[in-house]
Design a protein around this ligand. Structure first.
Ligand SMILES: CC(C)(COP(=O)(O)OP(=O)(O)OC[C@H]1O[C@@H](n2cnc3c(N)ncnc32)[C@H](O)[C@@H]1OP(=O)(O)O)[C@@H](O)C(=O)NCCC(=O)NCCS
Length: 176
């Protein structure tokens, strides 16, 4: 049976609702603050109601970031459906990998993501070129980008997030 959760690109008229969904998670530190640009967001609807959101931000020609993932109807498959939609769109758009900076790394592992050896806060304080030498699947540009995102974060000193990576060549139906 297909999921009743419907995912679609965000529209300009969704911006207030997206901001309202993100605000408590940003305050709680689970989601990084970001400017809501509708073209970067997908939204999930359940029964015509907005119940989830996720952002896609291009980091390099090959890598897109998944961020600002929030579900307001927990445990009903909204989160997984949004991640699958990101993977499908990343495939269509020709990206090779999706990265996510997150503290719920085990949840992402269930969706086929693997942890990068360097945590984002480490990248912000180390030489990304040295980090990527041992992990050629993620090029230095990605680590520089993660480093730049994290360097400006007010919570960097307390950060326990990880950078999770998933190849989009793995069929999304094979996991979770
Ligand atoms: C993470 C999140 C998006 C999941 O949304 P969801 O709609 O509940 O996801 P799903 O229904 O697809 O998955 C539910 C499963 O995830 C697990 N889960 C939910 N939140 C979790 C968390 N914070 N840590 C670990 N597992 C979690 C549930 O226990 C459930 O497990 P089950 O399938 O074994 O029953 C949602 O919990 C959320 O909005 N969290 C706050 C924001 C956040 O942390 N975002 C991620 C930042 S990258």
């Amino acid at each position: 049976m297909s999921s009743p959760v419907h995912v679609r690109p965000a529209r300009a008229s969704d911006v207030d609702a997206i901001q309202a969904m993100l605000a408590p998670e940003v305050d709680a530190g689970t989601v990084l603050p970001r400017v809501v640009q509708p073209h970067e967001f997908l939204v999930a609807e359940l029964g015509g109601e907005l119940v989830g959101v996720v952002a896609m931000s291009q980091w390099t020609t090959e890598v897109v970031e998944l961020g600002a993932l929030v579900s307001t109807q927990r445990g009903r498959g909204v989160g997984r459906r949004l991640v699958r939609a990101v993977l499908e769109r990343a495939t269509t758009d020709g990206f090779r990998s999706v990265v996510a900076l997150t503290s719920i790394d085990r949840w992402f592992v269930r969706l086929g993501f693997v942890p990068h050896s360097a945590a984002p806060w480490e990248l912000a304080s180390r030489q990304p070129m040295l980090v990527t030498r041992s992990e050629p699947h993620l090029d230095a540009a990605v680590c520089w980008k993660a480093s730049a995102v994290c360097a400006g974060c007010a919570r960097l000193a307390q950060c326990r997030q990880r950078m999770m990576v998933r190849s989009v060549s793995m069929p999304s139906r094979q996991v979770a």
